[in-house]
Ligand binder design. Structure first.
Ligand code: CP
Length: 331
């Protein structure tokens, strides 16, 4: 693995089977959870630059902790608020607000760091631009060093790896009596248009993992890109989707077709304990941050079904597993 920007980067890890590659990375992460310092010299004398074009709590802190566990130094740069405004378009005439082209900045990051990690969000204004992943691809093109996505315009692979780790861990401690767990991704209400990244990414990883009966439920008009959901069962009936579910992943996203809008935010879509009675005593997941009593009810967040804090804790082991693979594969 050279870069880590989607589940497809795992295919370069020497196995054609993405499910097996995911499981191998999950096992590695769980080994780090048991013994965080087993590779404490792997990253000695190496430096990762973590560039944030957007705010973050979990991604920033878990990545810093993960690289420290590997003996590596992390330098955090809040480019979005502290750096020069970057231009990403090729052949741009830079007479507007942007001050420095990524073509000039990225190779310098390549001199300062051994790995570059980048957090960007979509504009939610222009779908083609966002789905071209221009920002992260320009860093990959010009930095000349491995690039790790800390969430991009359309995907959040470290979050999805964390989610598979958390599900695998839960299945070990509470095995289910059926060949595959039923995992439901449900849309939830929100007050602001949010990216589709977490939902796209979770869907992409569930499909590649191929070890779950995976169902997506959302109101009409909230279809995700087929690039990530092809072959998945999708229903607009949330109650039907929740029936016998073992895991319920709750997330809001804005519209994909008429891009970046909120069409309706029906509070009926918020998960409650009453709705959970339809499930197989399901465990509830969310990537955080969460708007309480809008996206998810207090009773769920504070109740026994939630494995959300454990999930956020696992962000460290996901980041450590990915960065250690990159260190091992790139000298
Ligand atoms: N889940 C997640 O990416 O959290 P942060 O936005 O706090 O990094």
């Amino acid at each position: 693995m050279k870069n880590f920007t989607s589940v497809h980067d795992l295919a370069t890890n020497g196995t054609a089977d993405n499910g097996a590659a995911i499981d191998a990375l999950v096992q590695k992460a769980l080994q780090y959870k048991t013994n965080p310092f087993v590779d404490k010299t792997l990253g000695s004398n190496k430096r990762i630059g973590c560039l944030f074009l957007n705010p973050s709590m979990r991604t920033r802190l878990s990545t810093q902790i993960a690289v420290q566990n590997l003996g590596m130094e992390a330098i955090i740069f809040n480019v979005g608020s502290e750096g020069w405004a970057l231009e990403f378009e090729e052949e741009a005439i830079m007479s507007g607000n942007t001050v420095e082209h990524v073509k000039d900045a990225a190779p310098i990051f390549g001199k300062y760091f051994d790995i570059l990690a980048i957090r960007t969000f979509p504009s939610l204004k222009n779908r083609e631009d966002d789905y071209s992943e221009l920002y992260i691809n320009q860093f990959i093109k010009y930095a000349g060093i491995p690039v790790v996505s800390l969430e991009s315009a359309t995907l959040h692979p470290l979050q999805s790896l964390t989610d598979v780790i958390t599900i695998s861990e839960a299945l070990k401690t509470s095995p289910i009596q059926k060949p595959k767990p039923k995992i439901v991704l449900t849309w939830a209400p929100h007050v602001k248009p949010l990216p589709q990244c977490v939902a796209n990414s979770f869907s992409q990883w569930m499909t590649a993992w191929n070890k779950a009966d995976f169902v997506i439920t959302h109101p009409e008009d909230y279809e995700l890109s087929e690039a990530f959901t092809k072959g998945t069962t999708i229903t607009h009936n949330q109650n039907e989707a929740l029936k016998d579910a073992d895991f319920v992943y709750v997330k809001n996203w804005s519209t994909f077709k008429d891009y970046g809008k909120i069409y309706e935010s029906n509070p009926e879509w918020m998960l409650t304990n009453k709705k959970l009675t339809l499930t197989n005593n399901a465990k509830v997941m969310h990537c955080l941050p969460v708007r309480r009593n809008v996206e998810l009810s207090d009773e769920i967040l504070d109740g026994p079904h939630s494995i959300i804090t454990q999930e956020a804790g696992n962000r460290v082991w996901a980041a450590q597993a990915v960065i250690s693979e990159i260190l091992k594969n790139n000298g």
